[in-house]
Design a protein. Structure first.
Length: 272
């Protein structure tokens, strides 16, 4: 049996445009792994088994797709050990699926090259190809067109998952975005993101990135008031992150906001 961590991500920026002909939205997003992770274990088996997380669909779908791509039956037993909160905007399901793909691919007599594995991942979900890459990435198009980024990694991340917030589905978040005509000005916001990216040299420069187009939260203001140099919602939410230069400030903020819901103190990660 082989095991790997499946790290979470935050969206350091998420700029959203209009729906495309394929029904997906045009986006420009900065994806950053963080050191909060599920674990996925996998071994060859007589059939397909997925244990440990009854709500899983993506890992199962990923293994079926990999088997189809190589012309065989899915014959792996996978176990998911969850630490990343579910449906929280942190990409846990996508990361689990990408990790299962990597592990299962390693068991094949002739493993697929990275490009073919990425193509399978892109068909399964917009975030999954990111979790096959190293380091932060700029995601464009539907989010699967990835460009590696050189971004500072020396800061602390406080996550807050508010107890009182009911998570809307990603589809609902995009529908609400369309109803308020949120795509207006997309090109200008995307250009602002690219200008800000070009000027990032130190962690505090991340503060110049545009805010999340899909979701906002008053918790971000609470994190900023407690010393975060940037705070925003990750993905479609509801998790809110705050970025801190000093660990002491991050720890104090986490403690102070613990009454709002579940909290974590973590750091950027390069690879799962």
């Amino acid at each position: 049996m082989i095991r790997r961590p499946a790290t979470a991500k935050i969206n350091l920026a998420l700029v959203v445009g209009a729906a495309r002909p394929d029904g997906k939205h045009e986006v420009a997003t900065i994806l950053q792994r963080i050191d909060l992770a599920d674990r996925v274990a996998l071994q060859p088996a007589s059939g397909l088994e997925v244990h440990g997380f009854a709500e899983d669909s993506l890992v199962r779908d990923a293994l079926v797709a990999l088997a189809a791509a190589v012309g065989t039956e899915p014959a792996w037993a996978a176990t998911i050990m969850k630490s990343i909160p579910v449906a929280a905007g942190l990409g846990g399901g996508s990361s689990d699926a990408a990790t299962a793909l990597r592990l299962a691919n390693e068991t094949l007599p002739e493993p697929l090259v990275p490009e073919r594995l990425t193509a399978i991942a892109a068909d399964l979900g917009a975030d999954i190809p990111f979790f096959l890459k190293q380091g932060p990435q700029l995601g464009e198009g539907d989010g699967t067109e990835l460009t590696p980024l050189e971004l500072p990694q020396d800061y602390y991340v406080v996550l807050v998952l508010p107890t009182a917030v009911v998570k809307a589905s990603t589809a609902e978040a995009y529908a609400a975005f369309d109803q308020r005509e949120g795509a207006k000005g997309f090109r200008n916001r995307r250009a602002a993101l690219r200008r800000a990216l070009a000027q990032i040299e130190r962690p505090r420069d991340l503060a110049a990135l545009p805010a999340n187009d899909l979701a906002t939260s008053p918790v971000a203001d609470e994190l900023l008031a407690r010393g975060a140099f940037r705070a925003d919602v990750s993905g479609a939410g509801p998790t809110v992150y705050g970025l801190f230069t000093r660990r002491e400030d991050a720890a104090a903020a986490r403690k102070a906001l613990g009454t709002l819901g579940r909290t974590w103190l973590t750091v950027p990660a390069w690879y799962g």
